[in-house]
Design a protein around this ligand. Structure first.
Ligand SMILES: Cc1ncc(COP(=O)(O)O)c(C=O)c1O
Length: 372
């Protein structure tokens, strides 16, 4: 017997999770843009101490964590939203802002969760193609804003293509979007961006644009993907109130809150890890370009590689992916992320990066034209 489900369930796309997930296996896990650094011992200890008090519900105001973020970014407390991962805030934003008749505008390919928002709410989505450098075309995005638009999503740096646009371009977009339309700047990878240069830079935009929301996460740069913590820095308190209204009261566990507060205290270590990741990324990009591959200019902790396949298509691409998997390297296929004929690979340890390069060279064999 089949259950009768809400009609939107058939519209909501299934999130493309990484295949071959096995934390114990000897594989290079380069498919999910995680940090290859484990959490700091102080962060683990803070989470463990909180688990010891788990008989009580977590702080429903999330006060220490919101205060720590408000202090760090010099914002009033009521403009800091939290979520069970930044995905949680995105989905809540969809629920709070969208409905049939409304429109959401975003570039494509971008983060795989964005299509969920329109599908779940019944709103219309407008996907704007990236430019030939795999980068957002923000003017084209602004052209799509209509009286029906409620939400504009800009993924910067963009997942899956790794590219970033400068904040001057973002500001030009903001100047073209009416003040009642929410713009979410998804900055999950902002700390890795040399083009943006400074994770505090976009805070300046918040002062001038009350409809702007900066969406961030502890999953990447803080290495806490499994703890599920995201946050949003809001141009005005209305966004935070709305996303809190559509969610359950206790969306963030006590251990998670404690881990995040502690993680924020170790910015020197965070910066050291970022520098190491960027060095690995630059080396990886150079090596792949040396093999003759077209690689997007990355501002994230992952890179986007165009495959020199005879015909760009999911079949040839799938063969490359399975060839890599057979060699113990997990990456993400372009077709699962909205663009066939490419792959997305997370920057790993030096050993993992080398393993990926030699596996890819092996799989692509005669298709490579080194030095071009
Ligand atoms: C662009 C972007 N935004 C948001 C997220 C969600 O991150 P989380 O829910 O782990 O905070 C991700 C995760 O990969 C991402 O790539």
């Amino acid at each position: 017997m089949c259950l009768e489900l809400a009609s939107r369930i058939s519209r909501i796309p299934v999130y493309p999770v990484a295949s071959g997930y096995d934390l114990g296996a000897d594989v290079a896990m380069l498919a999910s843009n995680e940090s290859y650094f484990e959490p700091l011992p102080e962060v683990v200890a803070a989470a463990q101490a909180a688990i010891g008090r788990s008989n009580r519900y977590p702080d429903p105001a999330y006060a220490p964590l919101r205060r720590a973020l408000a202090d760090r970014y010099e914002l009033p407390l009521d403009r800091v939203a939290l979520g069970n991962g930044s995905c949680d805030i995105l989905l809540a934003a969809g629920e709070a802002l969208l409905e049939p008749g409304a429109e959401v505008v975003y570039a494509w390919p971008a983060f795989s969760v964005y299509p969920h928002l329109a599908a779940a709410s019944g709103a219309r989505e407008i996907q704007v193609p990236l430019n030939s450098e795999d980068r957002h075309n923000l003017q084209a995005l602004a052209d799509e804003v209509t009286v029906a638009t409620r939400l504009v999503l800009v993924c910067n740096p963009n997942n899956p293509t790794s590219t970033a646009v400068g904040l001057d371009e973002v500001e030009q977009l903001l100047e073209r979007v009416p003040r009642h339309v929410c713009v979410i700047l998804d900055e999950a990878y902002v700390e890795f961006s040399l083009r943006i240069g400074d994770p505090f830079a976009s805070l300046e935009l918040l002062r001038r644009h009350p409809n702007l929301v900066l969406l961030r996460t502890f999953s990447k740069v803080y290495g806490l993907a499994a703890m599920r913590i995201g946050y949003a820095l809001c141009g005005s308190p209305g966004f935070r109130t709305a996303v809190d209204q559509v969610r359950q009261p206790f969306y963030l566990g006590a251990a998670t809150q404690a881990a995040a507060v502690e993680a924020l205290r170790h910015q020197d270590q965070v910066e050291r890890r970022v520098a190491q990741t960027i060095a690995g990324r630059l080396a990886l990009e150079e090596t792949l370009r040396g093999l003759g591959l077209r690689v997007a200019e990355s501002d994230a902790n992952f890179i986007w590689v165009h495959l020199p396949l005879p015909e760009d298509g999911p079949d040839a691409e799938a063969d490359v992916l399975s060839g890599l998997a057979q060699r113990g390297v997990l990456v993400r296929s372009g077709s699962s992320l909205g663009h066939a004929g490419a792959l997305r690979v997370t920057v790993g340890t030096e050993g993992e990066n080398q393993r990926f390069v030699s596996a890819l060279a092996d799989v692509l064999g005669g298709l490579l034209e080194p030095g071009t």
